[in-house]
Design a protein around this ligand. Structure first.
Ligand code: FDA
Length: 304
Protein backbone atom coordinates (compact mmCIF):
# COMPACT_ATOMS: atom_id res chain seq x y z
CA UNK A 1 0.00 0.00 0.00
CA UNK A 2 2.73 2.51 1.08
CA UNK A 3 4.90 1.20 -1.77
CA UNK A 4 2.13 1.77 -4.30
CA UNK A 5 1.55 5.29 -2.95
CA UNK A 6 5.24 6.18 -3.18
CA UNK A 7 5.48 4.70 -6.70
CA UNK A 8 2.53 6.79 -7.92
CA UNK A 9 3.86 9.86 -6.09
CA UNK A 10 7.28 9.73 -7.78
CA UNK A 11 5.77 8.91 -11.19
CA UNK A 12 3.53 11.96 -10.73
CA UNK A 13 6.56 14.11 -9.83
CA UNK A 14 8.48 12.76 -12.84
CA UNK A 15 5.88 14.34 -15.15
CA UNK A 16 5.85 17.75 -13.47
CA UNK A 17 6.95 20.15 -16.19
CA UNK A 18 7.73 23.06 -13.82
CA UNK A 19 10.07 20.92 -11.71
CA UNK A 20 11.58 19.37 -14.85
CA UNK A 21 12.36 22.84 -16.17
CA UNK A 22 13.67 24.10 -12.83
CA UNK A 23 15.95 21.10 -12.35
CA UNK A 24 17.84 21.91 -15.57
CA UNK A 25 19.12 25.04 -13.84
CA UNK A 26 19.94 23.42 -10.50
CA UNK A 27 22.73 21.11 -11.74
CA UNK A 28 22.76 17.52 -10.43
CA UNK A 29 21.00 17.62 -7.06
CA UNK A 30 19.15 15.30 -4.64
CA UNK A 31 21.80 12.60 -5.04
CA UNK A 32 21.24 12.34 -8.80
CA UNK A 33 25.04 12.40 -9.37
CA UNK A 34 25.17 8.80 -8.13
CA UNK A 35 23.03 7.64 -11.06
CA UNK A 36 23.72 10.30 -13.71
CA UNK A 37 27.25 10.64 -15.13
CA UNK A 38 27.54 14.43 -15.25
CA UNK A 39 26.04 16.91 -17.67
CA UNK A 40 28.60 16.93 -20.52
CA UNK A 41 29.80 14.48 -23.20
CA UNK A 42 33.30 14.76 -21.72
CA UNK A 43 32.15 13.69 -18.28
CA UNK A 44 30.15 10.73 -19.58
CA UNK A 45 33.09 9.54 -21.73
CA UNK A 46 35.29 9.52 -18.62
CA UNK A 47 32.72 7.42 -16.77
CA UNK A 48 32.41 5.01 -19.70
CA UNK A 49 36.20 4.61 -19.89
CA UNK A 50 36.30 3.84 -16.17
CA UNK A 51 33.52 1.22 -16.55
CA UNK A 52 35.22 -0.31 -19.62
CA UNK A 53 38.39 -0.70 -17.55
CA UNK A 54 36.35 -2.85 -15.15
CA UNK A 55 35.21 -5.16 -17.97
CA UNK A 56 31.80 -3.52 -18.45
CA UNK A 57 30.49 -2.28 -21.80
CA UNK A 58 28.12 0.68 -21.93
CA UNK A 59 25.26 2.45 -23.61
CA UNK A 60 24.95 6.19 -23.04
CA UNK A 61 21.77 8.21 -22.99
CA UNK A 62 21.55 11.98 -23.27
CA UNK A 63 18.63 12.69 -20.97
CA UNK A 64 15.74 14.69 -22.35
CA UNK A 65 12.05 15.06 -21.54
CA UNK A 66 9.16 17.16 -22.84
CA UNK A 67 10.79 18.30 -26.07
CA UNK A 68 8.02 20.41 -27.53
CA UNK A 69 9.72 22.60 -30.10
CA UNK A 70 11.70 21.93 -33.24
CA UNK A 71 14.85 23.73 -32.04
CA UNK A 72 15.13 21.51 -28.96
CA UNK A 73 14.60 18.38 -31.07
CA UNK A 74 17.34 19.44 -33.48
CA UNK A 75 19.64 20.29 -30.55
CA UNK A 76 19.04 16.84 -29.01
CA UNK A 77 19.78 15.22 -32.36
CA UNK A 78 23.07 17.11 -32.54
CA UNK A 79 24.04 15.93 -29.03
CA UNK A 80 23.36 12.33 -30.13
CA UNK A 81 25.58 12.84 -33.18
CA UNK A 82 28.34 14.50 -31.11
CA UNK A 83 28.12 11.63 -28.62
CA UNK A 84 28.58 9.03 -31.37
CA UNK A 85 31.58 11.00 -32.69
CA UNK A 86 33.05 11.17 -29.16
CA UNK A 87 32.59 7.41 -28.70
CA UNK A 88 34.45 6.84 -31.94
CA UNK A 89 37.21 9.36 -31.15
CA UNK A 90 37.86 8.01 -27.64
CA UNK A 91 37.60 4.36 -28.74
CA UNK A 92 35.41 3.35 -25.77
CA UNK A 93 33.18 0.26 -25.94
CA UNK A 94 29.79 1.91 -25.93
CA UNK A 95 26.64 2.39 -27.98
CA UNK A 96 23.83 4.94 -27.82
CA UNK A 97 20.32 4.86 -26.32
CA UNK A 98 17.75 7.55 -27.07
CA UNK A 99 14.05 8.39 -26.88
CA UNK A 100 12.02 9.33 -29.95
CA UNK A 101 10.14 12.09 -28.08
CA UNK A 102 13.52 13.81 -27.58
CA UNK A 103 13.91 13.92 -31.34
CA UNK A 104 10.54 15.57 -31.88
CA UNK A 105 8.04 12.68 -32.07
CA UNK A 106 5.37 14.72 -30.27
CA UNK A 107 5.89 17.68 -32.61
CA UNK A 108 6.10 16.09 -36.04
CA UNK A 109 6.60 12.42 -36.84
CA UNK A 110 8.56 13.13 -40.04
CA UNK A 111 10.92 15.51 -38.19
CA UNK A 112 11.65 12.72 -35.73
CA UNK A 113 12.28 10.19 -38.54
CA UNK A 114 14.58 12.66 -40.34
CA UNK A 115 16.51 13.19 -37.10
CA UNK A 116 16.84 9.41 -36.65
CA UNK A 117 18.22 9.12 -40.20
CA UNK A 118 20.90 11.73 -39.40
CA UNK A 119 21.88 9.87 -36.23
CA UNK A 120 21.88 6.43 -37.87
CA UNK A 121 24.08 7.66 -40.73
CA UNK A 122 26.73 8.71 -38.17
CA UNK A 123 26.25 5.45 -36.23
CA UNK A 124 26.80 3.51 -39.46
CA UNK A 125 29.88 5.55 -40.34
CA UNK A 126 31.35 4.99 -36.86
CA UNK A 127 30.27 1.32 -36.80
CA UNK A 128 27.94 1.75 -33.87
CA UNK A 129 24.45 0.74 -32.75
CA UNK A 130 21.47 2.81 -31.56
CA UNK A 131 18.82 1.51 -29.14
CA UNK A 132 15.46 3.31 -29.10
CA UNK A 133 14.17 3.25 -25.51
CA UNK A 134 10.48 2.38 -25.19
CA UNK A 135 8.40 5.13 -23.60
CA UNK A 136 4.79 5.04 -22.36
CA UNK A 137 2.01 3.12 -24.13
CA UNK A 138 0.84 6.26 -25.96
CA UNK A 139 4.13 6.06 -27.92
CA UNK A 140 4.35 2.27 -28.20
CA UNK A 141 2.79 1.59 -31.63
CA UNK A 142 4.35 4.60 -33.31
CA UNK A 143 7.78 3.56 -31.99
CA UNK A 144 7.41 0.09 -33.53
CA UNK A 145 6.20 1.60 -36.82
CA UNK A 146 9.18 3.96 -36.98
CA UNK A 147 11.55 1.10 -36.13
CA UNK A 148 10.09 -0.92 -39.03
CA UNK A 149 10.66 1.97 -41.38
CA UNK A 150 14.24 2.58 -40.17
CA UNK A 151 15.16 -1.10 -40.33
CA UNK A 152 14.41 -1.13 -44.08
CA UNK A 153 17.58 0.94 -44.45
CA UNK A 154 19.65 0.30 -41.31
CA UNK A 155 20.60 -2.84 -39.41
CA UNK A 156 22.25 -0.92 -36.55
CA UNK A 157 19.06 0.06 -34.72
CA UNK A 158 16.80 -1.75 -32.26
CA UNK A 159 14.24 -1.07 -29.58
CA UNK A 160 12.81 -2.34 -26.30
CA UNK A 161 9.86 -4.57 -25.33
CA UNK A 162 8.10 -4.12 -21.97
CA UNK A 163 6.91 -7.29 -20.21
CA UNK A 164 4.07 -5.51 -18.39
CA UNK A 165 2.20 -5.11 -21.70
CA UNK A 166 -0.35 -7.85 -22.46
CA UNK A 167 0.64 -7.61 -26.13
CA UNK A 168 4.39 -8.17 -25.54
CA UNK A 169 4.52 -11.85 -26.43
CA UNK A 170 2.33 -11.50 -29.53
CA UNK A 171 4.29 -8.47 -30.79
CA UNK A 172 7.58 -10.25 -30.15
CA UNK A 173 6.63 -12.78 -32.82
CA UNK A 174 6.76 -9.98 -35.41
CA UNK A 175 10.22 -9.00 -34.13
CA UNK A 176 11.84 -12.42 -34.51
CA UNK A 177 15.50 -12.18 -35.42
CA UNK A 178 15.83 -8.56 -34.34
CA UNK A 179 17.99 -7.29 -31.50
CA UNK A 180 15.77 -6.28 -28.60
CA UNK A 181 16.24 -5.07 -25.04
CA UNK A 182 13.65 -6.73 -22.80
CA UNK A 183 12.51 -4.95 -19.61
CA UNK A 184 9.70 -5.21 -17.07
CA UNK A 185 8.42 -1.68 -17.92
CA UNK A 186 8.82 1.63 -16.09
CA UNK A 187 5.68 3.69 -16.75
CA UNK A 188 2.28 3.77 -15.08
CA UNK A 189 -0.07 2.05 -17.51
CA UNK A 190 -3.77 1.18 -17.23
CA UNK A 191 -5.26 -2.26 -16.57
CA UNK A 192 -6.62 -2.12 -20.15
CA UNK A 193 -3.13 -2.69 -21.53
CA UNK A 194 -0.86 -3.95 -18.78
CA UNK A 195 -0.31 -6.39 -15.94
CA UNK A 196 -0.15 -4.64 -12.58
CA UNK A 197 1.17 -7.18 -10.09
CA UNK A 198 4.86 -8.00 -9.67
CA UNK A 199 4.07 -11.75 -9.95
CA UNK A 200 2.32 -11.39 -13.31
CA UNK A 201 4.96 -9.02 -14.69
CA UNK A 202 7.86 -11.25 -13.57
CA UNK A 203 6.15 -14.32 -15.07
CA UNK A 204 5.59 -12.61 -18.41
CA UNK A 205 9.12 -11.17 -18.33
CA UNK A 206 10.72 -14.60 -18.06
CA UNK A 207 8.34 -15.95 -20.71
CA UNK A 208 9.24 -13.30 -23.29
CA UNK A 209 12.98 -13.57 -22.55
CA UNK A 210 12.84 -17.33 -23.23
CA UNK A 211 10.65 -16.81 -26.30
CA UNK A 212 13.06 -14.32 -27.89
CA UNK A 213 16.13 -16.41 -27.03
CA UNK A 214 14.58 -19.60 -28.42
CA UNK A 215 13.73 -17.71 -31.61
CA UNK A 216 17.48 -17.28 -32.03
CA UNK A 217 17.29 -13.51 -31.62
CA UNK A 218 19.85 -11.29 -29.87
CA UNK A 219 18.42 -10.52 -26.44
CA UNK A 220 19.45 -7.86 -23.92
CA UNK A 221 18.05 -8.69 -20.49
CA UNK A 222 17.83 -5.32 -18.72
CA UNK A 223 17.04 -5.95 -15.06
CA UNK A 224 18.50 -5.62 -11.56
CA UNK A 225 16.52 -8.67 -10.46
CA UNK A 226 19.06 -11.33 -9.42
CA UNK A 227 16.40 -14.08 -9.54
CA UNK A 228 15.56 -13.31 -13.16
CA UNK A 229 19.27 -13.10 -14.03
CA UNK A 230 20.05 -16.48 -12.40
CA UNK A 231 17.06 -18.04 -14.14
CA UNK A 232 18.27 -16.74 -17.54
CA UNK A 233 21.81 -18.02 -16.95
CA UNK A 234 20.47 -21.51 -16.10
CA UNK A 235 18.10 -21.50 -19.08
CA UNK A 236 20.83 -20.49 -21.54
CA UNK A 237 23.22 -23.13 -20.19
CA UNK A 238 20.50 -25.83 -20.42
CA UNK A 239 19.49 -24.86 -23.99
CA UNK A 240 23.10 -24.27 -25.05
CA UNK A 241 22.39 -20.72 -26.09
CA UNK A 242 25.79 -19.10 -26.66
CA UNK A 243 26.90 -16.13 -24.58
CA UNK A 244 27.25 -14.17 -27.82
CA UNK A 245 23.44 -14.28 -28.33
CA UNK A 246 22.53 -12.30 -25.22
CA UNK A 247 23.74 -9.70 -22.76
CA UNK A 248 22.69 -8.35 -19.38
CA UNK A 249 22.07 -4.66 -18.81
CA UNK A 250 21.77 -2.54 -15.67
CA UNK A 251 21.59 1.14 -14.91
CA UNK A 252 24.63 3.14 -13.88
CA UNK A 253 24.93 3.37 -10.09
CA UNK A 254 22.74 0.32 -9.35
CA UNK A 255 24.05 -3.05 -8.06
CA UNK A 256 27.61 -2.24 -9.10
CA UNK A 257 29.08 -5.34 -7.43
CA UNK A 258 26.61 -7.60 -9.19
CA UNK A 259 27.44 -5.94 -12.52
CA UNK A 260 31.13 -6.66 -12.03
CA UNK A 261 30.46 -10.24 -10.92
CA UNK A 262 28.37 -10.95 -14.05
CA UNK A 263 31.12 -9.53 -16.28
CA UNK A 264 33.76 -11.59 -14.44
CA UNK A 265 31.70 -14.73 -15.20
CA UNK A 266 32.22 -14.06 -18.90
CA UNK A 267 28.82 -12.58 -19.78
CA UNK A 268 28.45 -9.30 -21.63
CA UNK A 269 27.33 -6.79 -19.01
CA UNK A 270 26.23 -3.44 -20.41
CA UNK A 271 25.76 -0.42 -18.17
CA UNK A 272 23.19 2.18 -19.20
CA UNK A 273 24.83 5.51 -18.42
CA UNK A 274 22.63 8.61 -18.54
CA UNK A 275 24.02 12.13 -18.69
CA UNK A 276 22.83 15.68 -19.25
CA UNK A 277 21.04 18.56 -17.60
CA UNK A 278 17.63 16.97 -17.96
CA UNK A 279 18.11 14.45 -15.13
CA UNK A 280 14.97 15.14 -13.11
CA UNK A 281 12.33 12.88 -14.77
CA UNK A 282 14.80 9.98 -15.07
CA UNK A 283 15.76 10.29 -11.41
CA UNK A 284 12.11 10.42 -10.23
CA UNK A 285 11.28 7.24 -12.21
CA UNK A 286 14.19 5.44 -10.49
CA UNK A 287 12.81 6.55 -7.10
CA UNK A 288 9.37 5.27 -8.13
CA UNK A 289 10.77 1.84 -9.00
CA UNK A 290 12.53 1.31 -5.75
CA UNK A 291 11.60 3.35 -2.67
CA UNK A 292 14.93 2.29 -1.09
CA UNK A 293 16.56 4.61 -3.65
CA UNK A 294 15.03 7.52 -1.78
CA UNK A 295 18.03 7.23 0.52
CA UNK A 296 20.08 8.58 -2.45
CA UNK A 297 17.83 11.60 -2.53
CA UNK A 298 17.88 12.13 1.22
CA UNK A 299 21.66 11.89 1.36
CA UNK A 300 21.81 14.30 -1.58
CA UNK A 301 19.65 16.80 0.25
CA UNK A 302 22.21 16.98 3.04
CA UNK A 303 25.35 16.94 0.90
CA UNK A 304 26.77 19.94 -0.94
P1 FDA B 1 12.65 -4.84 -9.92
O1 FDA B 1 12.67 -3.36 -9.68
O2 FDA B 1 11.34 -5.51 -10.20
O3 FDA B 1 13.38 -5.54 -8.72
C1 FDA B 1 13.30 -6.94 -8.52
C2 FDA B 1 14.14 -7.33 -7.34
O4 FDA B 1 15.52 -7.11 -7.66
C3 FDA B 1 13.89 -6.50 -6.09
O5 FDA B 1 12.79 -6.99 -5.38
C4 FDA B 1 15.21 -6.66 -5.36
O6 FDA B 1 15.26 -7.92 -4.73
C5 FDA B 1 16.22 -6.65 -6.51
N1 FDA B 1 16.74 -5.30 -6.77
C6 FDA B 1 16.31 -4.42 -7.70
N2 FDA B 1 17.02 -3.28 -7.67
C7 FDA B 1 17.92 -3.44 -6.69
C8 FDA B 1 18.95 -2.61 -6.16
N3 FDA B 1 19.19 -1.37 -6.65
N4 FDA B 1 19.70 -3.09 -5.14
C9 FDA B 1 19.49 -4.33 -4.63
N5 FDA B 1 18.51 -5.16 -5.09
C10 FDA B 1 17.76 -4.73 -6.11
N6 FDA B 1 11.82 0.66 -18.94
C11 FDA B 1 11.04 1.09 -19.97
O7 FDA B 1 9.83 1.17 -19.81
N7 FDA B 1 11.62 1.41 -21.17
C12 FDA B 1 12.95 1.29 -21.40
O8 FDA B 1 13.42 1.57 -22.51
C13 FDA B 1 13.78 0.85 -20.31
N8 FDA B 1 15.13 0.73 -20.46
C14 FDA B 1 15.89 0.18 -19.43
C15 FDA B 1 17.26 -0.05 -19.62
C16 FDA B 1 18.00 -0.66 -18.62
C17 FDA B 1 19.46 -0.92 -18.84
C18 FDA B 1 17.36 -1.05 -17.39
C19 FDA B 1 18.14 -1.76 -16.32
C20 FDA B 1 16.03 -0.80 -17.21
C21 FDA B 1 15.27 -0.15 -18.20
N9 FDA B 1 13.93 0.12 -18.01
C22 FDA B 1 13.17 0.55 -19.07
C23 FDA B 1 13.33 0.04 -16.64
C24 FDA B 1 12.64 -1.29 -16.40
O9 FDA B 1 11.46 -1.37 -17.16
C25 FDA B 1 12.29 -1.48 -14.91
O10 FDA B 1 11.35 -0.48 -14.57
C26 FDA B 1 13.45 -1.41 -13.97
O11 FDA B 1 14.58 -2.03 -14.48
C27 FDA B 1 13.07 -2.08 -12.62
O12 FDA B 1 12.85 -3.44 -12.79
P2 FDA B 1 13.96 -4.57 -12.50
O13 FDA B 1 13.79 -5.63 -13.54
O14 FDA B 1 15.29 -3.94 -12.47
O15 FDA B 1 13.66 -5.23 -11.11
Amino acid sequence: MVEKFSKNFFLYLSKNKVLNKGAKKWGLKLGAAQVVAGVSIDSVMKTVKHLNDKGLVCTVDHLGEFVLNKEEAVESTQVCIDTLEAISATGVNCNLSLKLTQLGLDIDRQLCIDNMHRILEVAKKTNNFVRIDMEDYAHYHVTLEILDELQKKYDNVGTVMQAYLYCASKDLENLKGRSLRLVKGAYKESTDVSFQSKEEIDKNYLAIIKQHLLNGSYTAIASHDHEIIENVKRFCAEKQIPKTQFEFQMLYGFRTELQEKIAAEGYTMRVYVPFGKDWYGYFMRRLAERPQNVSFALKGLFSK
